[in-house]
Design a protein. Structure first.
Length: 475
């Protein structure tokens, strides 16, 4: 057992001696790097290391959390004692009792992905080269460019965990990410194009033709240029074909948060009490998973959550029917459900809360050509440029690109493609899904909840054929 495991174990022993019902201790030792360019000039390079211990104590139906960045047994004892005092004080006023339940003991150490080009083995100059190659390609393929921002990010290191059940695990997170945004301008019209890819991969991801810096940069430049002559999206309700990345955002932002059990138990989610009900069409299946096949998909590899629970493949919606929620140990125990491995913290400064892993719509049986043919006349909406989702299920998302389609053929590009509506209506309107599944993650962006941001998550899906979607734009 190494020194960091010793510190985590010392926290558990300290809590047990204090009379705690249950103790969880975790250590994060994570390194990250970011490179940012404006046009072809490197503007910022950041290298960071997060190293510290976080302790959760359960006592009399309540929890307390504390942390320390000091790697001494005395500091860990102090943090554990503080967590115990918080739990003890909270137990006197808690309206809902918290119980971690009975979990499985895991003894798995040094879990890591096998990659050919781990970022820790490559110098900063090689990563700057990735960024500059991306910028050069965007410049070569763009028109009337007014600004370009390109970013590279990486995260790697080690996480350690132990608890009162005797679980001892360690694993090595990994993320790489490369993306660019291009802004083009003619007159008073500003438009943007963007592309990028990230996930739990090595740098060999950027050796592929599809995700090379040259391809990423060219896409962003061309897509921005294309929008200079694009027509504003027609306002109103239209048939739609939504691309993988856009459906992933809908799965995560619009539905996934509603399925987080802390929102369910508090009554904030409209999904509360609806397990077994039909929410959507037979083509609507939503999954949350921790360990996708990283040789095929670019999600975030998460073998265990921050409560030491082995991550599960959790079906939330099965062919339109709501079948489950996302849990940490306490909500699973409260609702008499299985542990799903969704207790996550953005770093050791925060306690684990219910969060998503890799959330996606399941694929169907259509080819993209068949989906386009079945779309007939409507809007093909691709990727996302931001938006918002609300706890009542309503959403507003701006697609990064769009095309008007007539009789199954793309006719002309669109700009200002904004989708609005309710995710519950959206699920009912799904008419089909394509065969291919695309899932990605990334260093940039991530998920935010309760001041914990940015948490790496994966999202994606197939293309989804939608009977009717409300679009904003010109009448």
């Amino acid at each position: 057992m190494n020194d960091l495991f010793d510190l985590a174990s010392h926290a558990v022993k300290t809590g047990d001696k204090l009379g705690a019902r249950f103790v969880e201790a975790r250590v994060d030792d994570l390194s990250s790097r970011e490179i940012r360019t404006e046009m072809a000039e490197v503007k910022d390079v950041k290298t960071m290391r997060r190293l510290g211990v976080g302790v959760t104590v359960y006592h009399n139906g309540a929890t307390g959390y504390s942390f320390t960045a000091h790697l001494s047994k005395k500091a860990v004892e102090d943090a554990t004692e503080k967590a115990f005092r918080i739990a003890k004080a909270s137990s006197e006023i808690a309206k809902v009792k918290v119980d971690p339940g009975e979990g499985k003991r895991h003894k798995q150490k040094e879990l890591r992905l096998t990659v050919r080009k781990h970022p820790q083995d490559f110098q900063l100059t090689s990563k700057k080269d990735l960024v500059l190659r991306t910028v050069n390609a965007a410049e070569d393929h763009g028109k009337h460019i007014s600004s370009m921002t390109c970013r590279y990010g990486e995260l790697f290191g080690q996480k350690y965990f132990t608890n009162s059940e005797g679980t001892e695990i360690s694993w090595s997170p990994l993320l790489v990410d490369l993306r660019i945004q291009v802004v083009s301008k003619t007159g008073d019209l500003f438009v943007d194009g963007a592309d990028g890819i990230g996930g739990s991969c090595g740098l060999e991801l950027f050796d592929t033709e599809e995700h090379s810096p040259e391809k990423i940069g060219a896409n962003a430049g061309e897509w921005a240029a294309e929008k200079l002559t694009a027509k504003p999206a027609p306002a109103g309700k239209h048939r739609a074909l939504c691309e993988n990345r856009l459906t992933g955002v809908l799965a995560h932002e619009s539905f996934g948060h509603l399925a987080e059990s802390d929102f369910v138990t508090s009554g904030m989610s409209p999904l509360a009490g609806k397990v077994g009900e039909e929410l959507g069409s037979k083509h609507a299946t939503i999954i949350d998973e921790g360990t996708l096949d990283t040789s095929r998909y670019y999600g975030f590899w998460l073998p265990f959550d921050d409560q030491g629970t082995k991550t599960a493949k959790t079906t939330l919606v099965d062919k339109g029917k709501l079948v489950g929620y996302l849990h940490d140990r306490s909500t699973a125990t409260l609702m008499k459900s299985s542990f799903t491995g969704n207790a996550r913290a953005v770093n050791y400064n925060f306690p684990p809360i219910v969060r998503m892993k890799n959330t996606y719509f399941s694929p169907g049986d259509l080819s993209l050509e068949e989906a386009m043919e079945q779309l007939g006349t409507g809007i093909y909406a691709l990727s996302t440029a931001g938006g918002q989702a609300n706890m009542d299920g309503t959403f507003m998302f701006k697609a990064l690109r769009g095309y008007y389609v007539e009789k199954g053929e793309q006719k002309y590009p669109l700009r200002e493609v904004t989708l609005t509506g309710s995710i519950l209506d959206f699920l009912k309107n799904i008419e089909g899904a394509t065969k291919e599944l695309f899932v990605s993650s990334g260093y940039f962006g991530g998920c935010g909840k309760d001041e914990q941001w940015p948490l790496p998550v994966g999202l994606g899906g197939p293309h989804l054929l939608i009977r009717e979607v409300q679009f904003g734009g010109e009448k």
